[in-house]
Write a protein that binds this ligand. Structure first.
Ligand SMILES: Nc1ncnc2c1ncn2[C@@H]1O[C@H](COP(=O)(O)OP(=O)(O)OP(=O)(O)O)[C@@H](O)[C@H]1O
Length: 290
């Protein structure tokens, strides 16, 4: 990720140009009785001449396990940063649970949990203190924060490290404490940027279990990943992004289509299926005689 998140309050004040948002509750929203988890219209972001996100429209239904996939530089992090109010778009509208991210930031932020990529944590707090601080910031009563923090630390196998300073946490431990902090207020929608990166298989299994339990209650998870097998086994809804555009989105089976795996469908969608595997590197082969 190359994004340097701007300051959140500053961005909340200076929303992007507003556009009218269609009010239909049909189609990909999938939940006729409520608004979709996320509705994006005309969302765009440029960094200098580099178009990171190219006027995308996307509707993500509530109550699903949703994967946002795409090659390096596709625009996933930029999109998630704008959707969660961490980065100001150049254009477009984002609604979360029917609330405009820029006009109604408090309503939105109380409903979402975010595990951003390149997560910055308060390094000089212990894991336990970090959760205590986050819970109080979220307005939870102290006793409830203590209870939930203890349970999350236990489930995520961090109890033994709860009094260690976050600065001394490993990459995987940082992901797990970040996830605990994002879940503490029991949000309706959880956004996770590469939640499994740097996480060992045992911890990945634990995180999976926590997320599956969370979505089974009707909550929504939206996460970005490069690992197709993971997305295929976890998600029931997928959006494929490449070069700043949405190439396909919908139920997993629909996006996979006739392809044997999501990986095959993905390579086809992003136009990488015919790309050579380094045939030009004819000098490479350290095991052969030179
Ligand atoms: N702060 C920034 N300044 C300049 N360019 C940026 C910045 N953030 C992102 N970009 C560019 O925008 C494009 C999209 O980047 P982004 O990080 O959103 O992609 P991504 O899909 O998350 O990639 P990855 O999977 O590698 O993390 C890339 O070309 C990237 O170089």
């Amino acid at each position: 990720m190359a994004n340097e998140p701007e300051h959140i309050e500053e961005r909340a004040e200076q929303g992007p140009p507003q556009q009218a948002v269609a009010t239909d509750s049909e189609g990909a929203a999938g939940a006729p009785d409520g608004p979709p988890a996320v509705r994006i219209q005309g969302l765009g972001k440029k960094f200098g001449e580099q178009v990171a996100v190219n006027n995308i429209d996307l509707t993500l239904p509530a109550g699903r396990f949703i994967g946002l996939v795409g090659p390096n530089g596709a625009g996933k992090t930029t999109t998630l940063s704008m959707v969660t109010g961490l980065l100001r778009p150049d254009s477009g509208v984002v609604e979360i649970g029917g609330h405009d991210v820029w006009r109604d930031p408090v309503a939105v932020k109380s409903r979402i949990g975010v595990l951003p990529e390149g997560l910055r944590l308060f390094e000089r707090l212990s894991g336990r203190e970090l959760l205590g601080y986050t819970g109080r910031l979220r307005g939870l009563p102290g006793a409830e924060v203590d209870k939930r923090a203890g349970q999350l630390l236990d489930v995520l196998d961090l109890s033994g490290a709860q009094h260690k300073l976050v600065v001394d946490y490993s990459t995987g431990m940082r992901k797990k404490i970040g996830l605990a902090a994002a879940l503490l207020h029991n949000p309706e929608i959880l956004f996770l940027d590469e939640p499994f990166e740097g996480v060992d298989p045992v911890s990945a299994q634990t995180i999976r279990g926590v997320l599956e339990r969370y979505t089974s209650s009707g909550a929504t998870v939206i996460f970005s990943s490069h690992v197709m097998e993971l997305v295929e086994s976890l998600c029931d809804w997928v959006a494929v992004m490449a070069a700043g555009r949405i190439r396909a989105d919908g139920p997993l089976a629909e996006v996979r289509g006739a392809a044997p795996t999501l990986q095959d469908a993905f390579l086809e969608l992003v136009g990488a299926s015919g790309r050579g595997a380094g045939q030009n590197l004819d000098w490479l082969g350290g095991g052969r005689a030179r």
